[in-house]
Ligand binder design. Structure first.
Ligand SMILES: Nc1ncnc2c1ncn2[C@@H]1O[C@H](COP(=O)(O)OP(=O)(O)O)[C@@H](O)[C@H]1O
Ligand SMILES: [Mg+2]
Length: 320
């Protein structure tokens, strides 16, 4: 298949996307496909082979059979690019518009999980004019986060009341909506999901942070900053619970193709977040968890292409 791989983009995760996309192109070529590299600049311009890409609604993208958006964060993982691909009428890998937008917004995501009774940390959503007094019930420490970012950008762990204003100021610099969360104790465990209507969950893996703190940007991307332990060192019942909740979260947001669902595992298994376009190099958590579950990288890519075609065909089969 001819696969347009979207790389880069406007978010602060531009470089991470470039690394993921390069690995995806390599894996696609290894699988006998024809990758076409589309680079999206930090300003949001789309380029292919050095030339500007022109788009025609209903006109597909560069004659690709499938588009693989390997973009993280705003303007890529949040439903915006997915909406554009819908208008181009081209099959694409991963979640659709709504699931992408819902999973990107930590507040909306938590509201939906809460309604379904999915266990998670207590939290407070704040807009800039809101009275932060409501945070008090969470105790300390708390995690202060922009609602719609990723890679730990703009997130602070706040240990004392006096550090709260700076953390809120920092988060509001990224997003008019901020979420403040009670701190979860225990392990961080992640589980990859693959599929459309009948998704499968991978072996869960455990994140071990080597930087002495929480899983911040440095721990995520500095060499040696983290280790992934697969399988996660949890009892069989906990492993099953993680997989069950990963699939449940995927269904609640109406996920498609892929997602990585992240957990805190203490006395109870708590869902933290669902990423619709997780890091996607061969050594990224998403791929490593499936490799440990018997699906190697090239096959994973193959399956994602097939799922994208299946979803596009199914959706276009409805009258609208
Ligand atoms: N409520 C919490 N309790 C404990 N640790 C947290 C909490 N929220 C975030 N963290 C730490 O911060 C990291 C990043 O938070 P997360 O919500 O996953 O943001 P991102 O979308 O940027 O990955 C987590 O992996 C974890 O190490
Ligand atoms: Mg995270």
């Amino acid at each position: 298949m001819r696969v347009a791989v979207l790389a880069g983009g406007r978010s602060s995760e531009h470089d991470i996307s470039l690394a993921s996309a390069a690995a995806v192109r390599g894996g696609l070529a290894d699988g006998g496909h024809e990758p076409v590299s589309v680079e999206i600049t930090r300003e949001g311009r789309w380029r292919c082979d050095g030339a500007a890409v022109t788009l025609q609604p209903g006109g597909g993208l560069l004659d690709a059979d499938v588009v693989f958006p390997v973009l993280h964060g705003p303007f890529g993982e949040d439903g915006t690019v997915q909406g554009l691909l819908e208008l181009l009428d081209v099959p694409y890998v991963g979640a659709g518009v709504l699931a992408s937008a819902v999973a990107m917004d930590k507040v909306v995501f938590k509201e939906l999980m809460g309604r379904a009774g999915v266990p998670q940390v207590d939290y407070v959503a704040l807009r800039e004019d809101d009275d932060p007094a409501s945070i008090e019930r969470l105790g300390l420490p708390v995690f202060v986060k922009p609602a719609r970012l990723g890679s730990s950008v703009g997130i602070s762990k706040v240990e004392t009341q006096g550090d709260l204003p700076e953390a809120l100021g920092d988060a509001f610099g990224h997003d008019p909506l901020v979420i403040v969360e009670a701190m979860a104790e225990g392990l961080e465990v992640e589980c990859s999901v693959l599929g459309n209507h009948d998704p499968v969950a991978s072996e869960p893996g455990e994140i071990v942070v080597n930087t002495g703190g929480w899983y911040d940007y440095e721990a995520k991307y500095e060499p040696g900053g983290m280790d992934l332990v697969v399988p996660a060192r949890v009892p069989p019942g906990t492993r099953a619970r993680v997989q069950e909740l990963a699939l449940e979260a995927f269904r609640i947001v109406d996920g498609a193709g892929l997602a990585r669902v992240d957990f805190f595992v203490g006395d109870e298994v708590l869902v933290n977040e669902l990423n619709t376009i997780p890091g996607f190099t061969e050594t990224s958590v998403y791929a490593k968890l499936f490799e440990a579950s018997g699906i190697p990288y090239v096959e994973l890519l193959d399956r994602l292409l097939a799922l994208a075609l299946e979803r596009h065909e199914t959706e276009r089969g409805y009258r609208f």
